[in-house]
Design a protein around this ligand. Structure first.
Ligand code: PEP
Ligand code: MN
Length: 331
């Protein structure tokens, strides 16, 4: 249910509504607006009719049901688009951030060299898997910090187990949930408890509704800084590794206020197709890109075939600028 407070209702009235929601066994989530406050009350769907009685409390203007199965992630709850901000980065605003870097962190030299290359080409966030084959999450702690110090880039890395969340959150600026973990609810809840933005990748065989329900798990724990990532889904087509579901971008932007970026590297699985789908993603309204870049893709530990060489990445960054502009964004 959404509880809309009257414009200018005093804080004491808001507090009393919040207490009553809790007494009824629901969890309140407040959006503080400039005109009025709005509360989302989430909990057992079956008993939600009881929340209608909140309309009798002073300061309450209306109580309306949220029709979608995802509540806090829905546009019904929050009509205005969410902008996720951390360090110098904004995702969901005018600028289109580009997340770039290798699939796996392989060595100190590799990550530092790649960081410099992608930074110079215009990327704002460095990616790199620390829990990939032959990489150590413990070594990544030092490497991540060094790369950030040297380049000023923010860092995103994947976390795969609930017990690793604190370790990864200690270094990374943003936590990535991989496609294969999109429905790992224990992991989603755990990242919902930390104060770091989360990049949630769409499951390989997930519907848009399941994707938004996964985001809902994170939001419902109180972490509202969630960025969605369309990374391709499995279809009958085998000419590419996955099929980029570009439909998902406008559909999700209609249903949800959360920003959504695209990952054409995993989405196509081949470096030659990355630029075309990056441009298409921007044209469809994506809020950013994730691109895998490797100094020497031919010897990469993982995902070499889909990784761009530095020169190809620089070219991509030049080529997408007019598409960004046409879509009303800046690089
Ligand atoms: C990755 O980003 O390297 C990755 C493993 O992506 P996904 O979870 O989308 O397969
Ligand atoms: Mn990869």
């Amino acid at each position: 249910m959404i509880i809309v407070m009257k414009a200018g209702a005093p804080d004491a009235e808001l507090q009393s509504v919040l207490r009553t929601i809790e007494e009824l066994g629901y969890t309140p989530h407040v959006i503080h607006g400039t005109q009025r406050n709005v509360i989302g009350a989430v909990g057992d769907e079956r008993g939600k009719a009881r929340l209608r009685s909140l309309e009798a409390l002073p300061g309450v203007e209306s109580v309306v049901p949220i029709l979608q199965p995802f509540k806090l992630a829905s546009r019904e709850f929050k009509p205005t688009k969410t902008v996720v901000r951390f360090r110098d980065v904004e995702i969901g605003g005018d600028r289109l951030p580009v997340i770039a870097g290798p699939c796996s962190v392989e060595s100190e030299d590799q990550i530092l060299e790649t960081a410099k290359v992608v930074k110079e080409a215009g990327a704002t966030i460095l990616r790199g898997g620390a829990f990939k084959p032959r990489t150590s999450p413990y070594a990544f702690q030092g490497l991540g910090e060094e790369a950030r110090e040297e380049t000023g880039l923010a860092i995103v890395t994947e976390v795969m187990k609930p017990e690793d969340v604190d370790l990864v959150a200690g270094t990374a600026d943003m936590l990535q949930i991989g496609a294969r973990n999109m429905q790992n609810f224990a992991l989603l809840k755990r990242v919902g408890e930390v104060k770091k933005p989360v990049l949630l990748k769409r499951g390989i065989s997930s519907t848009i509704q399941e994707f938004l329900m996964a985001a809902e798990y994170i939001l419902s724990e109180g972490n509202y800084d969630v960025v969605l990532c369309e990374r391709g889904i499995r279809t009958f087509e085998t000419a590419t590794r996955f099929t980029m579901d570009l439909n998902a971008i406008p559909v999700i932007q209609k249903l949800s206020h959360l920003p959504i970026i695209v990952d054409p590297s995993h989405g196509t699985g081949h470096w030659e197709y990355v630029a075309a789908l990056a441009k298409a993603g921007i044209a469809c309204g994506a809020d950013g890109l994730m691109i895998e870049v490797h100094m020497r893709p031919e010897i990469a530990f993982s995902d070499g075939v889909q990784s761009l060489k530095p020169e190809t990445f620089r070219q991509l960054m030049r080529d997408i600028a007019p598409f960004a502009q046409a879509a009303g964004r800046r690089m």
